[in-house]
Design a protein around this ligand. Structure first.
Ligand SMILES: Cc1ncc(C[n+]2csc(CCOP(=O)(O)OP(=O)(O)O)c2C)c(N)n1
Ligand code: SF4
Ligand SMILES: [Mg+2]
Length: 297
C-alpha cells in the first residue's frame, strides 16, 4: 500500500528522518541560543523517532508559516496552557500504537516558568512519559522582550526599564519538588522513562543586547561564575553537581559587561558574588548529604 506522504512530504516522519531537526530557512536572529540548543538536541537524538510540541514562543514562529516549516520532524503547535497536556496525549497515542517515538515539549521560559506552569506541574505530577525542555532566554522574546519570572534581578526589559527587582524563579527546585528527573544530558534524558525536565540557558542576542558571536562564551561565564549550576536531580532527592564552578567574580563581571541589558547600576556584583557562594555552599551540602559522591566533574 502506498501511504500518503505526511503534509505533502514537507515533514519527514520521525522514524525516517534524514533532515536535521532545524533545517535552514528559519528566521531566528543571528546567534540565537535556542537554535544552538536545537543543534545539540539533533546530535543527542540520533535516529530516535521524535515528535515535538511547541507552544507560542520564538521556537514556533521562527520556522515559518504552514505549509512551510524549517522543522525536519513532526511538530504540533500548542497554546501555552495546553503544551504539556498535548505532549501527554501524543505520548499515550505512541505507546498505544506500539511506537518507540519519544515525545518532547520544547518551550521558552515564559511558557514554562509562567504561562504553562499549571499543565507542566500536572504532567510532571502524573509522571507522564514526556521530555520537557525549557530553553531559557530569560525574557518574553517573541513579543518584544518583556520580563518573565526567569529574568534575573537587575536586567532591563521592556517592562522593567530600571532593571528587574525580583530574583529569578528557581525552576529546578520547583520541578525537583515533583520528584521528577531534572537533568542536563539530552541523550540520557531521551532514554529515560517517565517525566523528565531539562533547563537550558539560551542566550538571546536581541533581548540580552549582546553580540551574536558571544552566546557560547556567555554560557561559559554563567557556569564559571556559579550563576547557572550544571546539575542533575534524580527523583527530586539526589543531586549531582556536574561542573564545579570557580565562583570567579571576574567571570561574573565579564558576564554582565557583555550584555547591554545589565547596563546601569542594577546589579551589585560583590553582593551577588557573596550570595552565589552561599547558594553553592547549600547546593554542595545537599549533594553530599544525599549522595557521598554528589560531586562529579
Ligand atoms: C495565554 C497567552 N498569553 C500571552 C500570549 C502572548 N505571547 C506570545 S509569545 C509570548 C512570550 C513567550 O515567551 P517565552 O515562552 O519565554 O518564549 P520566547 O518568546 O522567549 O522564545 C507571549 C507572552 C499568548 N500567546 N498566550
Ligand atoms: S528573540 Fe532571542 S530567542 Fe527569539 S529568535 Fe531572536 S535570539 Fe532567538
Ligand atoms: Mg523566553
Amino acid at each position: 500500500m502506498v501511504r500518503e506522504p505526511l503534509l505533502c512530504g514537507l515533514l519527514a516522519p520521525g522514524e525516517r528522518r534524514t533532515d536535521p531537526i532545524l533545517r535552514p530557512g528559519g528566521t531566528n536572529c543571528g546567534g540565537c541560543g535556542m537554535s544552538i540548543a536545537f543543534g545539540m538536541l539533533d546530535r543527542a537524538i540520533g535516529q530516535r523517532p521524535i515528535q515535538m510540541v511547541i507552544p507560542a514562543c520564538c521556537a514556533i514562529v521562527t520556522p515559518g508559516q504552514y505549509p512551510r516549516s524549517a522543522y525536519g520532524v513532526p511538530v504540533v503547535a500548542a497554546t501555552f496552557a495546553s503544551a504539556a497536556a498535548l505532549a501527554t496525549g501524543l505520548a499515550h497515542a505512541a505507546r498505544l500504537n506500539g511506537e518507540k517515538t519519544r515525545v518532547l515539549c520544547w518551550a521558552g521560559d515564559g511558557g514554562t516558568f509562567d504561562i504553562g506552569m499549571a499543565t507542566l506541574s500536572a504532567t510532571a505530577e502524573r509522571d507522564e512519559d514526556v521530555l520537557y525542555i525549557c530553553y531559557d532566554n530569560e525574557i518574553y522574546g517573541n513579543t518584544g522582550g518583556q520580563r518573565s519570572s526567569a529574568t534575573p534581578q537587575g536586567a532591563v526589559t521592556n517592562t522593567t526599564p530600571r532593571g528587574k527587582t525580583q530574583k529569578k524563579k528557581d525552576i529546578v527546585a520547583i520541578m525537583a519538588a515533583h520528584r521528577v528527573h531534572t537533568l542536563r544530558k539530552m541523550r540520557y534524558a531521551l532514554d529515560l522513562e517517565g517525566f523528565r525536565f531539562l533547563h537550558v540557558l539560551a542566550p538571546c542576542p536581541t533581548g540580552w543586547k549582546s553580540e551574536p558571536a558571544d552566546g557560547v562564551e556567555l554560557i561559559r561565564l554563567a557556569v564559571r561564575s556559579g550563576l547557572f549550576p550544571v546539575q542533575e536531580v534524580f527523583d527530586g532527592r539526589r543531586t549531582v553537581i556536574n561542573v564545579e564552578p570557580e565562583l570567579s567574580i571576574e567571570a561574573l563581571r565579564q558576564y554582565f559587561a557583555l550584555q547591554g541589558r545589565f547596563k546601569g547600576d542594577g546589579v551589585d556584583v560583590e553582593a551577588l558574588s557573596l550570595s552565589l557562594r552561599e547558594d553553592w555552599a547549600h547546593l554542595r551540602r545537599a549533594a553530599l548529604e544525599e549522595s557521598p559522591c554528589g560531586t562529579r566533574t
